[in-house]
Design a protein around this ligand. Structure first.
Ligand SMILES: *[C@@H]1O[C@H](CO)[C@@H](O)[C@H](O)[C@H]1NC(C)=O
Ligand SMILES: *[C@@H]1O[C@H](CO)[C@@H](O)[C@H](O)[C@H]1NC(C)=O
Ligand SMILES: *[C@@H]1O[C@H](CO)[C@@H](O)[C@H](O)[C@H]1NC(C)=O
Length: 233
């Protein structure tokens, strides 16, 4: 409850502290298209957007962000920004394209309820094929910087045979603890591993129960491949 009251008074303070921005109130939503913000780690919020300009045109933006008592302005390019993400307060962000005629700008407020949590993609550390027993062994890791002890992960393991034939889609459940370096996973192929290449990728959903915003699955890890004997001939 205190956080809601706090958020409301922080908002009220913005109205007074930023009269210029408040009264301006210009929202160039026709310039800032598909604006999308998320957090990978509860520490920073990442936003990106599209513009009507070709994607190779480099636009310089002035970004001002305020949350709680901290405020900062900086310049960025690449149609994206990263700011500190205070889970318990409102982030007030304004973006202005400073080298575009008319200086299109946008201003918005976000709380954790508007910011989906999308964990960093896992990383496959090693993929080893045993060609005698047709067994694949995978070591993979998650970026655990933001994870709480014991948090549950539901991960999807994909094995692709050849270039893109999905040979297996298996869900594994893991719990992350600080002493864990990597998770291990094994799979026995019903098809000789030496006949064609096999690739593995993984993505995870983190059951972060203390976050009240939306939670989404991570992106896929980079794919690792072991070649069969048909390769390179
Ligand atoms: C693949 O491995 C099996 C079992 O080790 C072996 O019998 C077969 O000759 C191998 N095939 C190729 C193409 O290397
Ligand atoms: C892991 O998380 C930290 C802190 O949240 C971040 O700075 C870093 O870039 C992440 N690493 C990878 C490989 O995603
Ligand atoms: C794997 O299975 C899950 C659960 O059935 C499904 O949601 C997901 O779309 C599948 N992924 C692929 C790449 O087929």
């Amino acid at each position: 409850m205190w956080s809601i009251v706090g958020a409301v008074s922080v908002l009220a303070a913005f109205q007074c502290l930023l009269p210029r921005v408040c009264s301006q109130g210009s929202v160039s939503s026709d310039f800032f298209r598909n604006l999308d913000c998320l957090t990978h780690d509860f520490e920073t919020m990442s936003c990106r957007w599209d513009t009507p300009h070709p994607s190779d045109r480099i636009i310089v933006y002035k970004v001002c962000s305020r949350s709680g008592i901290s405020a900062a302005c900086f310049e960025t390019t690449g149609n994206k920004l990263e700011v500190e993400f205070p889970v318990f307060s409102v982030s007030d962000i304004s973006i202005e394209a400073i080298d575009v005629p008319g200086n299109p700008s946008i201003r918005f407020q976000k709380t954790s309820l508007d910011i989906p949590y999308v964990p960093y993609p896992p990383e496959i550390r090693s993929l080893v094929a045993d060609y005698q027993s047709d067994l694949l062994s995978v070591d993979w890791a998650v970026n655990a910087t933001s994870m709480l002890d014991g948090v549950k992960l539901t991960c999807e393991m994909n094995v692709l045979r050849g270039d893109n034939l999905l040979a297996l889609n298996e869900t594994v459940v893991e719990h992350w603890f600080p002493h864990l370096e990597t998770f291990h996973w094994k799979w026995k192929s019903d098809f000789p591993l030496n006949c064609t290449s096999h690739s593995v990728r993984v993505r995870c959903f983190v059951h972060e129960e203390h976050y009240n915003g939306e939670k989404r699955q991570s992106g896929w890890s980079a794919t690792k491949t072991v070649n069969g004997n048909d390769m390179g001939t």
